[in-house]
Design a protein around this ligand. Sequence first.
Ligand SMILES: C[S@@+](CC[C@H](N)C(=O)[O-])C[C@H]1O[C@@H](n2cnc3c(N)ncnc32)[C@H](O)[C@@H]1O
Length: 481
Amino acid sequence: MAHLKLALQLQESGFEFQTGERLHVYLTNTLDQLHQQTAAMLGQWIAKENEGAEKIKIDKPVVVVVGNPPYSGESRNKSDWIMQLLQSYKTEPEGGPLKERNSKWLNDDYVKFIRFAHDRIARTGHGIVAFITNHGWLDNPTFRGMRARLMADFDDIYVLDLHGNSKKKERTPVALKAQGDDKNVFDIEQGVSITFLVKLPNSVPVEPVEAGEEVFELTAPEPGVVKKAKHRQLEGGKVTLKARIHQADLWGSRDYKYDWLEKHSLLDTPWQDLQPALPQLLLVPRDETDAAEYERGWKVTDIFPMNGTGVITKCDQLNISFSAKECFEKVSWLLTATESDARQRFRLPKLGVRDWSFGAAVSDVKNSGPDEIFVKPVLYRPFDQRYLYYTGRSKGLMGWPVQKLFRHFSESPNIGLITSRLTKGEPFAHAQITDKITEVICMSPQTSNNGFVFPLWLLPEQPQPDQPLSAQRHPRADAGD
Ligand SMILES: C[S@@+](CC[C@H](N)C(=O)[O-])C[C@H]1O[C@@H](n2cnc3c(N)ncnc32)[C@H](O)[C@@H]1O
């Protein structure tokens, strides 16, 4: 189709193809490398297409990568080649592996496409990447290593944040209200941004990460551009982040955004220069004046090393009940019900979904008795106590009971802090106390912001059977001190 459309367009403009000449447009999976076996199995035409594409991907000095890559949190592109490349984004800005329990959002297809383009331009030595993608990578804490690697390899980074993030309930700032309520430029929930990554010819080479180095430098190596180098004592390596960051926001209705984009280019966009600060290197404007003072504070994760998100049931209608009686009735009923009965009574997860199946749910209940001692109160929403049947088994009656964390609540009285890692466009009001198991979005039904729970008391891994549990608990016992 692309060949046909482009050929027609070229014909209209007077271009004539020489005999045997073809347009260098190829059908390929960008995120995979050619496998001989697969190629042999495909039709000859597709195999040829792949070969042509592969030559370009590997050998040709590509200087421009343009795209509107797909977004897919549950990416199916997991070839060794792209996963290996992606490793460099799963790092701390100063080097070393990313200290995050969950880095799965970095596996999104759009991140892989950025990584692919990044690698392609880095191998050529200069060039431009121009992408429109999910804007999550600009400020998601888990993406700090990716931001650092891009800032280390490119000379200029232009980010036009098109917003429209309905998950974060983004709103047009009051001063720009005339531009209309903030809407997405596509029919999607994730906010969007346009990014240009520019690598100049003969640009200053990146200093390699050296393990054991203690000084962190954030420098702009170009003479004439005076940005003060920031030095920080950090564990890890030494990285020079050289990119100048140019950022702009576009707020308003979809029509306003389309019209604005039609009329503007890189040259007349009102860019503001950002000086992203460690440790997050955010590519969104933020007042960083007091960042150093903020960083001197104690991290809540250091105070309470045992922490995690609330439980994810995968099917609230079945798992969450208004009373203990209703809760026990549901699980007892499940033992004699067929899957189709259960699907009629509850909205259960789709067939084949990860981490939940009817059979596993029934076995979990059966293996536990059922017994009323497993019926526990749960903090479902702010000040909204419900009940659930808590066996602690993952991928059973519920998907993620986070047993490692909530055994400290289900086996003995406890109290814990709940807070969030970020706010989704709301002013910060995200601190609660719980004395029970909590559900993952117990803090904010409006934005579904994940609540992290920090128990005050911890039980030993192997409690002594001859002593009451309440006598064995210690504040943060398992963490050393
Ligand atoms: C968001 S759409 C953009 C479509 C079109 N480029 C545009 O801008 O309107 C993403 C496109 O990427 C294609 N795509 C998805 N995964 C791909 C992969 N691994 N390799 C190459 N293309 C892929 C999809 O088929 C889809 O056409």
